[in-house]
Design a protein around this ligand. Sequence first.
Ligand SMILES: Nc1ncnc2c1ncn2[C@@H]1O[C@H](COP(=O)(O)OP(=O)(O)OP(=O)(O)O)[C@@H](O)[C@H]1O
Ligand SMILES: [Mg+2]
Length: 245
Amino acid sequence: MATVSSTAPLERVPNSAIDAVRLEHVTKSYRRGEHVEQVLRGVDLSVARGECVYLLGPSGCGKTTLLSIIGCVLRPDSGKVELFGTEVGGLAEAERSALRRSTIGFVFQRFHLLRGLTAEENVMLPLILAGVSRRAARRQARRLLELVGLEGRADQDPRLMSVGQCQRVAIARALACDPPLLLADEPTASLDAQTGAKVMRLLRELAKTRQHTVIVVTHDRRILEYADRVFELEAGRLVEASTAA
Ligand SMILES: Nc1ncnc2c1ncn2[C@@H]1O[C@H](COP(=O)(O)OP(=O)(O)OP(=O)(O)O)[C@@H](O)[C@H]1O
Ligand SMILES: [Mg+2]
């Protein structure tokens, strides 16, 4: 697996003093018929640029819900969400989408790779949508697939790949547009220890060399050494764990 090559410095988010993410008393509940499940009960969180923050918690406690709110995929019931100093709640839908596209890479827990496209085409897609030429998009996709250890598999259909390989295509796609904020939902769930460690080292290297912010949801305690801070989601609130490892 190759290492990160230095590319142009990040210019989309010029003021490094502003936190990448600020959450204030975020709440979220789901209604199923008569039943209301209060999942988030007042989440507060500030994450600086260049920081790697990991979120832990038992299955069903609301980690994906929280990551989706940070990623502008879901709206909270109440509370404030700020990304790079912009309050997301005050934006119209089109502005939210634009913010999402320009600043966020999301590794979904279930990958959401597009059927009928090769691994390389999946990674190229966000670049093409951002107006990058096919030629440049292909070059970037190949570089990223190599970074996650999938060199030689660019033309493969993800349906014919192992789950761990699909997971790495999803990670490469999330990195395609060089997002200043990377949100990864259990990115090592299907990876062996060695490959998982390599991928998490790559994400940490991106954070530290390019001041990118990385928020990882995980059950995998083996990768906590790559975190600057670790939080547990407990009873709908985030509690900082005393040490990262
Ligand atoms: N769209 C939805 N409608 C109704 N309930 C939902 C919805 N999405 C999530 N939930 C419920 O909210 C709770 C939190 O779900 P979430 O997916 O955020 O948990 P999680 O911490 O990511 O779990 P896991 O570790 O298993 O991925 C669960 O009890 C789930 O059933
Ligand atoms: Mg989840």
